[in-house]
Design a protein around this ligand. Structure first.
Ligand code: KG4
Ligand code: ZN
Length: 335
């Protein structure tokens, strides 16, 4: 088996993940998702950390078993240091530190947002440096110029809600269950994106803002349902398509401008929202217009997973960037 053999643990939000990587190749990538949050229409931090405690041991055991790796064979243990929910990060971090201490193995502390970007190196085709990455998830929206596996620079980010949050919150206004993003995407495929024009936010530079769409949709629905209580049910696909169109316009405007200004043609997207079918279609269209090479990781490496943590940890291992037992979780860890 190729070295280094790394066990990576991800627990930044509501998915408990463990992955085993050998020589940069994934041998196992296990994730346990938490259903409990659906009842509340969003992630409840306290419930998330309790569920991590229940899942972490079986998830790690499953990953080692699936990979056919004995714990003694591991070269290092990696964990997500941040950003994320403090209670959730603590569970994965403490587990990783204890395991590393017990086994006498080195530790690697990984930045979750870097890992989302480095997920592009798990499988072919891999982008060439430098490239531009749009990371869009339930917690983050960032435009990053990636110069190497270890050197990245945020050039734009959201000033309020994340793109995934914008999908989830507007979906909630339409009465769709949490997380509404994927459901809104599905309904949007049968709707007319130009039927209800909502304002597209025009932020200066390469930043994003999504609170305007949410408020516009809220007032629009309130006004329409006063006149016709069945308005939402009667227009659901068109509403979904119009909302999705507005969110994507906001994302694509800044992506296009940053790509042009930084003269980058390798364009990558990362994070859970990369699963959005409209986003994928729009990117392919832009790729043809601008001669871009577009990179979208496999779905299992877009949503939160430990495989991406292992990939980032692999690069850190090669660079000798190890953490000490004093490394503590940082909910606001910067890129
Ligand atoms: O990366 P991720 O799994 O977790 C975070 O780190 O947040 O992203 C989850 C987010 C949720 O907001 C979810 O609604 C959104 O990604 N999402 C989608 C789609 N699939 C997942 N949003 C729009 N369309 C989709 N198909
Ligand atoms: Zn994430």
């Amino acid at each position: 088996m190729e070295h280094p053999i790394i066990l990576a643990i991800e627990s930044s939000c509501d998915d408990t993940g463990a992955a085993v990587m050998a020589g940069g190749k994934i041998l196992a990538n296990v994730v346990a998702s938490q259903q409990v949050h659906e009842l509340y229409g969003g992630v409840v931090p306290e419930l998330a950390s309790r569920a991590h405690q229940q899942h972490i041991l079986p998830v790690v055991q499953a990953a080692l078993q699936k990979a056919g790796v004995q714990k003694e064979d591991l070269d290092a243990i990696a964990f997500t240091q941040g950003p994320g929910l403090l209670g959730s990060l603590l569970v994965g971090g403490m587990f990783a530190k204890s395991f590393a201490l017990a086994l006498g193995k080195p530790l690697l502390a990984v930045n979750h947002m870097r890992a989302h970007i480095l997920a592009h190196f798990i499988e072919e085709p891999r982008p060439e440096f430098p490239f531009l990455c749009l990371t869009v998830s339930g917690g983050h929206t960032q435009l990053v110029v990636v110069r190497s596996a270890l050197h990245m620079e945020i050039v734009g980010q959201t000033q309020d809600d994340a793109a995934g949050e914008a999908f989830d919150k507007t979906a909630k206004l339409l009465g769709l269950p949490y997380p509404g993003g994927p459901r809104l995407d599905k309904l949007a495929q049968q709707g007319n994106p130009l039927r209800f024009p909502f304002p597209v936010n025009q932020m200066p530079g390469y930043d994003f803002s999504f609170s305007g769409v949410k408020t516009a949709v809220m007032y629009f629905l309130r006004q329409q349902t006063q006149q016709n209580p069945q308005f939402i049910e009667e227009n659901l696909p068109d509403l979904c398509a119009s909302i999705q169109h507005t969110i994507l316009q906001t994302l694509m405007r800044q992506l296009r401008r940053a790509a042009a200004d930084f003269n980058l043609t390798n364009i990558a997207i990362a994070g859970g929202v990369a699963a959005n079918s409209g986003l994928r279609a729009e990117l392919q269209r832009l790729a043809e217009d601008h001669d871009w090479r577009v990179f979208i990781p496999a779905f299992q490496y877009c949503t939160d997973n430990a495989g991406m943590i292992a990939m980032a940890a692999h690069f850190q291992y090669l660079a000798g960037d190890f953490a000490s037992q004093l490394a503590s979780p940082d909910p606001r860890l910067k890129l």
